[in-house]
Structure formats: C-alpha cells, structure tokens
Design a protein around this ligand. Structure first.
Ligand SMILES: [Zn+2]
Length: 388
C-alpha cells in the first residue's frame, strides 16, 4: 500500500473566496465572484447579524417554548462532539431552552468526540439520548457507497442523523429540532459534492449492499418526511444564524466552559470522516471540503484569502499509512479492493435512483415552503440557485 499523492487542481478561482471551477456548475460574474458568494449574500440578507438579531432570537425562543408547554423538553439538539454542535447546545441552554441532546453513534466516534459529548451534556445538565447503529448494517451501507463510486460516502451518517432527529422528535412529541449548521462558517455544500435523500440511500444499498434492508437505524423516506413536517409539524431551527460565531473565540469558550477538546480538522470528530474527507475525496474526486469552510471564513473576515490559498495547497491528509490501514481493517476491505475502489470511474447521484427530479419539479411549492419557514432557505438555494 502506497499513499497516493495529493494535487491541488483548479483553473479559475473566485476573486472573493477560494471556490474554483473544479465544482461542476459554478459560475463567476463580471467581477470574478462565484455562485457560492452570491448564495452567501442572499442568506446574509435574509438572516442579517445586526442590533435587532438578539430580539429576533428571543422571539423565536418564545415560540419554541410555547410549542412545548407542559412537556419535558422544548426541543432537540443533534450532537456529534464537534465544535458547531457543542456550541449550538451551549447557546440553546443559554437562550433558556431545555433541550434533549440526541447523538447517532455509527461506530466511528473518536475518543475525543465521546468525551466531548459526555462533558458538554453533563456540565450543561442536558439529557442525552444516543441511538447506536448495528455495526454490520452500518458498515454494509458505507461499503455500498464506496462501491457505488459516488462522492457521498458520508451521506449514510448524515441522513441517519437527520432521520434519527425526526424520529425522536416524533416519539417525544417535540416540535423543534435545533441544528448546528451555519452558512457563515460552513458555506453551502454543492449537490455535486454531497447529495442525500432516503430513496437514494436505499437504491445504493439494494444495489451494492450484502444485507437485506436496514433495521437498526432509520432511513427517512419522502412519505415519512412529509408526515413529520406537515402532519406532526416538526420544524428545524438553525440557531447559529442568530449568534456571533468567531471560530477561535468559540473554541476557547468551549474549552473553558465545557472541557471541550479540539480535533485536527473540521468534522474530524469521526475517524472515518477524517479519512474520507482528507484522503478519498481529495484523491479520487478532486473534492476538498476545506474550500467551503475557508471560503466561508474569508467572507466573514475571519481568514485571510492569501493564507487560505496557501493552506489549500498543503495535503489535508496527515494520518499516514496507519490511518488507511485502520480504516480498511475496520471496513473489512483488502488493499487490492480499496485500490480498485479508488481507481473506479467517478459517478454521481444522477446515475442512481433518487428523489432529485421530483424535488426539481417542486420549485413553486418549495419557494412557498421556504417563505413560510417550513423548508430551510439553505436547501432551497442549493437546489434552485445552482445549475448542476
Ligand atoms: Zn466566491
């Protein structure tokens, strides 16, 4: 086994951030500014950070509290042990809400992530519910995505988390799910880099998986999503849109208040995520998620563009041969099988069955849903302001 070389490959780079033409469907305007900067500006206009933001958040918190009258919990917060979700949990408690923290354990948690979740929920006095996936089932789904040759290898985790949050909310009769995503620090991920829906997961699994179906964790279908959203009235709230987020200050605050520990890279709370993002995505798919994160920080004035351009030329993979071997062993893949996966022609979600075309046909109801707050603006922008 040899570590494959890392190459930074890009033609035109946005004049404002560092997103580049390696992203299918990206456009640059007359000033050389990219689609992602435009999406950011639209989001920033809709969710401005100004002297009124605190008041807007207070009103939202009142709405959430009202929805939970006489119930044990006001809301659910998804936790991974990472910076964003831990900060979201802290801010939720500070806002006066009583959340139930929900964690999806896919079998890849690092020790640091486990400790972070334990320390933060203990210190904040928040109840924690952990849903543990059956390892053989989860592994089968992950392997299926690797064999499908799509860049969505992290989608089994992401979709299982979303599905678990909805399921727990439904069971506990909680109306609000608070998530830690913020366009200000994470940007908007293009669909060509990450696409997810329940039908897509099931189609990949039935084609490439060895097991029959998944029983130990939920994979939400469109029908279930519609039931949760329109009948049970369960909604998402992105709390980080309303609070200041300066990465260095947040890190320091979490370390001080919650005994939180940092990892090497963004979303590296899981050993597979670290390996997948820094090695498989960069080598096989020419996808480097640091570009999204750095670009978001540049737009927010938290990172210098020249510094980011320098950083992006450095290989994000620092785990060495041991990290590759650890991951392959855990997945039950031989070196030869893994090299075959790395060399297989790249495919996208469009090669498989999904709800993509159906969602595209819903432009008008999606816009209405976004305007009345049922569908997150970030989701709408992703589907309809991007010609992928
Ligand atoms: Zn840009």
């Amino acid at each position: 086994m040899k570590i494959r070389d890392y190459h930074y490959k890009a033609g035109q780079i946005c004049s404002r951030c560092i997103m580049d033409d390696s992203v299918p469907g990206i456009h640059f305007d007359g000033n050389g500014e990219c689609t992602f900067c435009k999406i950011h500006d639209r989001m920033d206009k809709k969710y401005p950070m100004n002297s009124l933001t605190g008041e807007v958040l207070k009103q939202k918190v009142e709405v959430i509290k009202k929805s939970a009258r006489n119930k044990k919990y006001d809301c659910i917060v998804g936790v991974s042990g990472g910076r964003d979700s831990t900060y979201t949990l802290l801010q939720t408690v500070r806002a006066g809400l009583n959340p139930l923290a929900v964690h999806f354990d896919n079998g890849w948690n690092s020790d640091t992530a486990v400790k972070n979740i334990k320390h933060s929920t203990n210190k904040l006095g928040v109840d924690l519910y952990t849903h543990v996936a059956d390892w053989e089932e989860f592994k089968d789904l992950q392997l299926a995505f690797l064999k499908a040759s799509v860049p969505d290898g992290e989608v089994p985790t992401d979709w299982a988390i979303t599905s678990t949050l909805f399921k727990v909310a439904s069971q506990e009769k909680i109306k609000w799910i608070i998530v830690g995503h913020s366009f200000r620090t994470e940007g908007s991920t293009p669909l060509s880099w990450t696409y997810q829906d329940g039908k897509y997961l099931k189609s990949i699994h039935s084609k490439f998986g060895k097991l029959q179906g998944i029983k130990s964790f939920p994979i939400m279908t469109m029908t279930q999503f519609l039931k949760y959203t329109f009948i049970e009235n369960i909604k998402f709230f992105r709390l980080l849109y309303y609070v200041p987020y300066h990465q260095d200050e947040v890190t320091e605050l979490l370390q001080k208040e919650l005994d939180w520990n940092d990892y090497g890279g963004k979303h590296f709370e899981s050993t597979y995520t670290s390996f997948y993002q820094s090695y498989i995505l960069t080598r096989k798919f020419n996808i480097d998620k640091r570009k999204l994160h750095y670009s978001a920080l540049i737009r927010e004035g938290q990172l210098n563009r020249e510094v980011a351009l320098k950083k992006i030329h450095q290989d994000p993979f620092s785990g060495g041969i041991e990290m590759i071997e650890y991951n392959l062993k855990k997945l039950g893949l031989s070196n030869a099988e893994f090299e075959q996966i790395m060399d297989a022609p790249v495919k996208s979600f469009k090669h498989y069955s999904s709800y993509y075309n159906f969602i595209l046909s819903l432009r008008v109801p999606m816009r209405i849903g976004t305007n009345i707050g049922i569908i997150p603006e970030a989701i709408y922008q992703k589907y309809f302001n991007f010609n992928y």
